[in-house]
Design a protein around this ligand. Structure first.
Ligand code: PTJ
Length: 245
C-alpha cells in the first residue's frame, strides 16, 4: 500500500486505488480491472462521490427484487472481490443467497484466487463456473455458470459488469440488479435495477435495506417494484451529472 496521509483531500479515493492495485497484485483482479476502476472514478467524481437520491431509490427497488426472488444469486468478479469482500460475504448471509465467481477475462487461477479471497473473508460456500451449465445468448467466458447458481437464478445481483452478460440474463428471463457508476453503460441501460453509485458505498446500504425490508409483506415488496422505473433513475443520474458541471 502506498503511504497516503489521511489529511490528503483525495484520501478515500487514493485508498480505493490501493485496494484495487493490491487486488491485481494478489491475482484476484484482472489488470483490465484497473481501467474499469479509472472509468468508475471519473463517473464517481461527476456524481459528487456520494450516494445520491437516484441511487437510494434503486437500492430500495433492488432490495425488494432480491427479497422477492425464489433463487437470488450474487455474482462476483475480480474488482468487486477486491473492493468489498466482507460486504459480499455479509450480503450472502443476510440474503441467504450463494456467491458465484463469474469473470469476463478468463483465468482459472484468478477464479481460484477469488474463491480463496472470499473464503478468507468468511464465505463458506462459493460456487464456481462449470461447463455443465452455460448461459444462452453470450459467447464470452461469462457463459460458464454453476447449475445451482446463476443458471437457475431468477434474480442476479451483478455489480460492475461489462455489458454482454446482462443482456443474456435478461433474455433468459432473469432480473438483473446491478451497481454501475456509469448511467450510460450497456449494463446500466439493460438491467432491471441500476444502482448508479460506487459499489463500496452502495453495497453496505443495500445490505441495510434488505435487512429493513425483511419483514415487509410480499404485496408491499411488489408495490415497491411496480413504482420503480429504471429509465427514470438513469435520467435522474444524467441530469445530476449535467447539473454538477
Ligand atoms: O474480473 P473480470 O474479468 O470479470 O473483469 C471485471 C471488469 C470490471 C474489469 C470487467 O467487467 C470490465 O471490463 O468492465 P467494464 O466494461 O470496464 O465496465 C465496468 C463498469 O463498472 C464501468 O461502467 C465503470 O464505470 C463501472 N465501475 C468501475 N468501478 C466501479 C464501477 N461501478 C461502481 N463502483 C465501482 N467501484
Amino acid at each position: 500500500m502506498s503511504d497516503v496521509p489521511e489529511s490528503h483531500p483525495r484520501y478515500l479515493s487514493l485508498k480505493l486505488r490501493d485496494t484495487i492495485v493490491a487486488g491485481v497484485e494478489s491475482g484476484v483482479t484482472s489488470i483490465h480491472g484497473l481501467m474499469a476502476h479509472g472509468r468508475g472514478e471519473a463517473f464517481d467524481y461527476l456524481i459528487g462521490e456520494k450516494t445520491q437520491p437516484f441511487a437510494m431509490d434503486a437500492i430500495r427497488a433492488g432490495a425488494a427484487a432480491l427479497l422477492l426472488a425464489k433463487h437470488p444469486v450474487i455474482s462476483v468478479n475480480g474488482n468487486v472481490a477486491a473492493l468489498t469482500p466482507c460486504e459480499l460475504v455479509t450480503f450472502a448471509s443476510v440474503l441467504e443467497a450463494p456467491l458465484e465467481v463469474n469473470i469476463f477475462h478468463a483465468s482459472k487461477e484468478r477464479e481460484g484466487a477469488i474463491q480463496e479471497h472470499l473464503r478468507k473473508h468468511g464465505a463458506t460456500d462459493v460456487l464456481m463456473p462449470t461447463t455443465d451449465a452455460q448461459l444462452s445468448f453470450i459467447d464470452s467466458n461469462r457463459k460458464f455458470v454453476h447449475p445451482e447458481g446463476i443458471f437457475r437464478a431468477d434474480v442476479v445481483f451483478v455489480p460492475l459488469e461489462d455489458g454482454d452478460r446482462c443482456e443474456a440474463l435478461q433474455k433468459m428471463g432473469k432480473t438483473v440488479v446491478t451497481v454501475d457508476l456509469n448511467p450510460m453503460s450497456r449494463t446500466a441501460k439493460c438491467a432491471g435495477v441500476t444502482i448508479v453509485d460506487n459499489v463500496v458505498r452502495a453495497l453496505p446500504l443495500l445490505i441495510q435495506k434488505v435487512q429493513m425490508l425483511q419483514n415487509t409483506t410480499l404485496n408491499e415488496l411488489r408495490e415497491i417494484i411496480s413504482q420503480y422505473s429504471n429509465d427514470k433513475t438513469l435520467q435522474a443520474a444524467l441530469q445530476w451529472i449535467r447539473r454538477k458541471r
